[in-house]
Design a protein around this ligand. Structure first.
Ligand SMILES: Cc1cc2nc3c(=O)[nH]c(=O)nc-3n(C[C@H](O)[C@H](O)[C@H](O)COP(=O)(O)OP(=O)(O)OC[C@H]3O[C@@H](n4cnc5c(N)ncnc54)[C@H](O)[C@@H]3O)c2cc1C
Length: 218
């Protein structure tokens, strides 16, 4: 009797699924046909984005063409945006294509940033998500600061791991690109350590250390 193969669908070809594809290329999954659904063929590897912000990588160096990787992993590639998942009917609905039936479906279509609907954010801020758009727009945003005849003032909203990394990297990039140290403010809640000791929140924090400038005002 012919073996019935089960259908695994990977929706999205970013940070998570490139690792899955890499593993499948090394060790195929017996009994499964794997399909990758991509809305765009090229993924931006977010782990390298701080290096791009710092000016250490060009945009093409942080991009991965997912299609050859998928082929090496023996997976079928479907170029279409997933628009819905029907868990009862076990189908992924696609834009402009028939739905794909699945036995197992893995959705990793990236995160989004909170606060995009706050007043002024869409007009004036540069969200880090979608990350491919952030990468495309960063250089243009930096170019708009070039005519300034004073230190550029940049606020990074969100003081989690990515926000801290981006703040340090922007400080390094802007100091070189604008030929003068910028004022980079990192905006977030007071560190847990300060709250635990009952100290007052320190307010905006200026990144210091390796990427900071010793002569920047504290
Ligand atoms: C500056 C920065 C640095 C980071 N550094 C790290 C790090 O060092 N280590 C770490 O673990 N995490 C890091 N993160 C977090 C990390 O980016 C996310 O946790 C991770 O990207 C999520 O993986 P993902 O595969 O779901 O999404 P992504 O990597 O964002 O990929 C999503 C993919 O899905 C595609 N897609 C989107 N919608 C659809 C759709 N409807 N149909 C089909 N395809 C779709 C997109 O085009 C994209 O290719 C960082 C984040 C930022 C902002």
């Amino acid at each position: 009797m012919p073996e019935t193969r089960r259908e695994l669908i990977l929706v999205g070809g970013g940070h998570s699924h490139v690792q899955v594809l890499r593993m499948l290329a090394m060790r195929p999954l017996p009994g499964f046909s794997v399909t990758v659904v991509l809305d765009r063929p090229v993924a931006v590897y977010s782990g390298m984005v701080p290096g791009l912000v710092a000016g250490q990588y060009a945009p093409h160096e942080v991009e991965i063409d997912v299609r050859p990787l998928a082929r090496r992993a023996g997976c079928r590639v479907v170029m279409a945006r997933a628009v819905a998942v029907d868990p009862m009917g076990r189908r992924v609905h696609l834009e402009g294509r028939p739905p794909l039936p699945y036995d197992l479906c893995s959705l990793n279509v990236g995160a989004t940033v909170a606060g995009l609907d706050l007043p002024g954010v869409r007009q004036h801020a540069l969200p880090t998500r979608p990350i491919a758009r952030f990468v495309r727009q960063l250089s243009a945003s930096i170019d708009r600061l070039r005519p300034l005849d004073r230190p550029a003032r940049v606020a990074v909203v969100g003081a989690g791991a990515a926000g801290v990394e981006v703040a340090f990297c922007l400080q390094q990039r802007l100091a070189v690109a604008l030929a003068r140290p910028p004022q980079v403010l990192l905006l977030g809640p007071a560190p847990a350590r300060c709250r635990a000791r009952g100290r007052a929140p320190s307010g905006p924090r200026r990144p210091r250390g390796r990427a900071g400038h010793p002569d920047a005002p504290g």
